[in-house]
Design a protein around this ligand. Structure first.
Ligand code: AFP
Length: 296
């Protein structure tokens, strides 16, 4: 059994970076325990104007506190905080996170997760510069899907609180699952054409409303997760820094790709911490197909 600690050591990951990854990954245990007493909404909204669930604010406060105490982190940017919080400019790494992704599904007990990206230096960098990206998925098992820039590995949290390696060198296959956000009546012509092409080729619709869970099945089975632009929301819904970049980096490390429909989102240098982006993430062929439609 290879543990997360051993994997990071064997991968030659810098000590401080390993410590930050392990510290956040370990918070899956208290986060899971907190679900039962945090079923409601918090009565507040985040910087994107969305209602915050009690678990959104709980996990945000909890992880941020742990990072502050660690002394290892320069700054943290969270989907649930208005601004970037700076801890220590002497520290090397910055953390970006969606502390509880898919939180509208907590009250119906569907799968949700925590998404994290780590940069060397400041927060507002292109996703391709990520030094590590990972997500914890709180499903029947708690899993950790991780890249430190050398492929993708999946770990499962065992009953002793130890992450053990389930699968190394994860490769995203070509596949026919698709999940798209937004109302069909509001999709733009390119996206409607794209989905029609997928359906004509036998594509299977699977969308839960939890990005991290919907992406995980695409990673394993192949296909695409999309949240397209609409007339009303030309930048789509998902956040570049907290959602698109960490997950897109993982996809690219597994042989898949991420795009805003035109080009890779990993090349975009964010100008605002809560910047949104249209997103297509999944098997390479699926991403090439939407970019081809936009080029036509
Ligand atoms: P949060 O729970 O972090 O706000 O994220 C929700 C989300 O950004 C993403 O996880 C989902 O895929 C998407 O929104 C669902 O949106 P719809 O409810 O419009 O389908």
């Amino acid at each position: 059994m290879t543990t997360l600690q051993e994997y990071l050591k064997n991968s030659g990951v810098y000590e401080d970076l390993s410590k930050i990854i392990i510290l956040i990954a370990e918070q899956a245990v208290p986060i899971r325990a907190a679900f039962i007493s945090n079923q409601s909404y918090a009565g507040s909204t985040n910087a994107s104007g969305e209602q915050q669930a009690a678990m959104d604010t709980w996990s945000d406060t909890h992880i941020t506190r742990m990072l502050a105490r660690s002394g290892l982190v320069r700054a943290v940017a969270s989907e649930e905080q208005n601004d970037i919080t700076t801890f220590s400019s002497a520290a090397k790494y910055s953390v970006v996170m969606d502390p509880l992704d898919g939180s509208s599904l907590i009250s119906v007990n569907l799968c949700v997760g925590t998404i994290v990206g780590i940069y060397d230096g400041d927060v507002l960098q292109a996703g391709k510069n990520l030094k590590a990206a990972f997500y914890m998925l709180y499903g029947p098992m708690t899993t950790l899907t991780l890249t430190v820039g050398r492929g993708v590995a999946i770990f499962a949290l065992n009953t002793n609180g130890v992450y053990q390696l389930l699968e190394d060198n994860v490769k995203m296959p070509e596949g026919n699952l698709y999940g798209s956000g937004g109302l069909r009546t509001e999709w733009l012509a390119e996206h409607t054409k794209y989905i029609a092409e997928i359906e004509a080729a036998g594509g299977k619709n699977r969308y839960s409303g939890s990005f991290v869970a919907d992406f995980h099945q695409v990673l394993k089975y192949g296909g695409v997760y999309a949240y397209p632009p609409t007339e009303k929301s030309p930048d789509g819904k998902l956040r570049l820094v907290f959602e698109a970049n960490p997950i897109g980096f993982i996809a690219s490390q597994a042989g898949g790709a991420v795009s805003n429909g035109v080009s890779s989102t990993l090349a975009i240098i964010p100008t605002k911490v809560h910047q949104r982006t249209p997103i297509y993430v999944g098997s390479r062929g699926m991403i090439e197909a939407i970019e081809k439609i936009h080029r036509a």
